[in-house]
Each structure stands twice: as structure tokens, then as C-alpha cells.
Design a binder for this molecule. Structure first.
Ligand code: ADP
Ligand code: MG
Length: 370
């Protein structure tokens, strides 16, 4: 296994800047997830790492050695593409055996067979070994493509949204399998995805990529609870974090967030910014609650008046949208808390001020720390 490093990578296609000053490293044995929406530059990053695309500026290193000009095949990286290219005329076994039969590798037949069995069992496709790949579902093909990458020993694995074509249940179980494989082998893995659940559950560290720029690198806990800016904050969680527009005011010596129409006011003691600046308050839907009866508000929580705007019952939980002045906020509450409420009901929304974030829209959406 090897450490992989991308330093100051810029990649342009004509006028399109696909990657802008991207810098990160995947440590030896680490599972690193690059998370970003479609078009963020994820595939480009993998191609640059693999040597399939030449960076306009920047350096790629493997174990500290500059490989920017080294041929892809000599980098010894195994890459799984988003669109799986399989040999249509061959069955599953041969598709997996192919990477092991290269003259450079020449793995003995028995070891080849064993390795293919191990990997396909892990991926749940061991019963399909004799099946021509043309007779597979999309989900099965994607697993064959992933198997073809994982079957061969490599310095590092580059995986491009390898679970995107699987249905939700299979995706969840494959996530667990992948975590198990990488945990056991200590394989260096650069994994790209647009699915924040995958990133949070698989990664040792996550790099959040947006429009070719890396906004933050951190552990799943860090990017979730200490987002560097609003882009990172909005990348995690469904429904997405609530962002309320407003400004910082000084009220009785305490810095206070005041929403644009004044309907929401929240003292934020110790905030490191000055009164008068524009601000956005960020609160995750699960950090908000509905007060049931009067007088049962724990002292750690604050509350404000709101009106029910939308109710969506999702099994044991209910997604509630409330209106506070002109702002709409999403809440996720246990079903029994929302039961009995109807549209336009006046409610009292509670939350823990310690869970609130403040961002500065005039400073690139940067989060200000208390
Ligand atoms: P992602 O994988 O995150 O969806 P990509 O890395 O594929 O993003 O693309 C990043 C940006 O670069 C996009 O705007 C895309 O249109 C552009 N791009 C990618 N590959 C090419 C190419 N070969 N030619 C021109 N533009 C490209
Ligand atoms: Mg892509």
C-alpha cells in the first residue's frame, strides 16, 4: 500500500476549470472520501491521480515520489470507473480473471481462482461466475466492475461512485462490505461519491469538493459538527441544514442573531464577530423540537413562535416545515410529537443554542466560531 498526494492541482478543459488548487493526501491505509455534487470535479481528480488526465498545474506523489509524468500503468493504481466497462463477450469469472492474467502479474491459476471467489463472495455475486455479463442487471454489473478492481493487488484503489447503480438496500449492505474489506486489508482508498451517507459511514477522512475547490478536509465528525462554511454544512444531512438570513446585532451587550424580518432572535454569547455584519444562522432539522405543553422547556433550550406550514409523515418520524416570519425551517420530530397538529397551527419551536452555527455570507459563507 502507498500514500497518495495531490498538491495544488489545477485542471482546465478549455474554459472550464474542473479542478482549482486541489490539495489533499490519502495516507497509507486510509479510506479517504471525496464528496461533491455532479460536476464538482470528482472524476477529474481520480483521472489525475491515475495519470489518465494530465494536470494543468500541480503535482501527484506516491509515497512521496513525484509521479506526475509517470505512465498510468506504472503507477500501480486500480481504478473503478463510474461507467463500468466490462468485456461483453466474457462471463463474470473471466472479467475478473483478466486483470490477474497480465504478463506482469501472472498469478498462478489456483490463487487467481481463490481470490476471485473471495472477492465475489464478499460482493454477493459468487453465484454468477459463469453468467455472461450481458445477462446481468445494472446493479450486478456494477459489482462485477468493482470486483474487477478489488481483485487485483495495487498500491491504492481509486473508486468512482462504485455503488451509485445499486438499490438502497444493496447499497447499504455493500457499504458495510466495503468498510470490512478496507478495514481488514488496510488498503489505501480514494473513494468519490455524491452521497453524504456513504462518505460519513465509510471514510476515515472526507474532502468536500465543490466547483473544483476543496472546501474542507476532516473526519466525518468534524465536517458534520464543525463545517467550515455553508457549502460544507449543506453537503451533509437530509433535510439539509436550515440557513436563516439575518444580521448580528448587539442586544444588551450580547451579540444576537436577528433574522431579516426580526421574527427570530437568538443571543450567541462569545461570538467572534462584530455587530452589523450580515449573517446566516444554521440549525440542523434534528436539533429543532416542538414544545408540547406550556412550562416544560428545559433550561438549556431556547424557543420561538412559529406556524406549521407542511407536515410530512415518514413512518416513525415526521418532517415538519414551520414558518417564522418570512423564513421556512425544517424540523424532524418523532411522530407522536407532530400528531394532532394541522396546517397553520401556532407552535413553539425549541432548540439548543449550542447546536446553532453562524455563517458570514460576505466572507464566502465561512463559519464563525464562538
Ligand atoms: P464529477 O465527477 O464530480 O461529476 P467531473 O470531474 O466529471 O465531475 O467534471 C468536472 C467538470 O469538468 C465539469 O464541469 C465537466 O463538464 C468538466 N469536464 C470533465 N471532463 C471533461 C472533458 N473531457 N472535456 C471537457 N470538460 C470536461
Ligand atoms: Mg464523476
Amino acid at each position: 500500500m502507498a500514500a497518495l498526494e495531490l498538491a495544488g492541482i489545477r485542471k482546465t478543459y478549455g474554459r472550464t476549470v474542473a479542478l482549482d488548487e486541489a490539495t489533499f493526501d490519502v495516507r497509507d491505509g486510509e479510506f479517504f472520501c471525496l464528496l461533491g455534487p455532479s460536476g464538482a470535479g470528482k472524476t477529474t481528480t481520480l483521472k489525475v491521480a491515475a495519470g489518465l488526465a494530465e494536470p494543468s498545474v500541480g503535482v501527484v506523489r506516491l509515497d512521496g515520489v513525484d509521479v506526475t509524468d509517470v505512465e498510468p500503468t506504472r503507477r500501480d493504481l486500480a481504478m473503478c470507473f463510474e461507467s463500468y466497462a466490462l468485456y461483453p463477450q466474457h462471463n463474470v469469472f473471466d472479467n475478473l480473471a483478466f486483470p490477474l492474467r497480465s504478463p506482469r502479474r501472472r498469478m498462478p491459476a489456483e490463487r487467481t481462482r481463490q481470490r476471485i471467489l473471495d472477492i465475489t463472495t464478499l460482493l454477493g455475486i459468487d453465484h454468477l461466475l459463469d453468467r455472461p455479463v450481458t445477462q446481468l442487471s445494472n446493479g450486478q454489473r456494477q459489482r462485477v466492475a468493482l470486483g474487477r478492481v478489488l481483485v487485483r493487488p495495487a498500491s491504492a484503489y481509486l473508486l468512482d461512485e462504485p455503488l451509485s447503480h445499486l438499490d438502497a438496500r444493496l447499497r447499504a449492505s455493500m457499504r458495510a462490505e466495503l468498510k470490512a474489506i478496507s478495514g481488514e486489508d488496510g488498503t489505501t482508498t480514494l473513494y468519490v461519491t455524491h452521497d453524504y451517507v456513504e462518505a460519513l459511514s465509510l471514510a476515515d477522512r472526507i474532502g468536500v469538493l465543490d466547483a473544483g475547490r476543496i472546501r474542507q478536509i476532516g473526519t466525518p465528525r468534524e465536517v458534520w459538527s464543525e463545517p467550515a462554511d455553508t457549502v460544507v454544512a449543506r453537503s451533509f444531512g437530509k433535510p439539509a441544514i436550515n440557513l436563516v438570513d439575518g444580521a448580528i446585532a448587539a442586544a444588551g451587550g450580547v451579540l444576537t442573531f436577528v433574522s431579516t424580518d426580526g421574527a427570530l432572535r437568538l443571543p450567541v454569547p462569545g461570538l467572534r464577530t462584530s455587530p452589523g455584519v450580515r449573517a446566516q444562522l444554521g440549525i440542523r432539522p434534528r436539533d429543532l423540537g416542538l414544545l408540547r405543553g406550556a412550562g416544560d422547556l428545559p433550561s438549556s433550550l431556547v424557543c420561538f413562535d412559529a406556524a406549521i406550514y407542511v407536515l410530512e409523515h415518514l413512518g416513525r418520524q415526521t418532517e415538519v416545515t414551520v414558518r417564522v416570519g418570512a423564513a421556512l425551517l425544517s424540523l424532524v420530530v418523532p411522530r407522536e410529537v407532530a400528531d394532532g397538529h394541522v396546517l397553520d397551527d401556532k407552535v413553539v419551536v425549541t432548540f439548543d443554542p449550542a447546536a446553532a452555527h453562524v455563517f458570514l455570507p460576505d466572507d464566502g459563507g465561512r463559519r464563525v466560531v464562538r
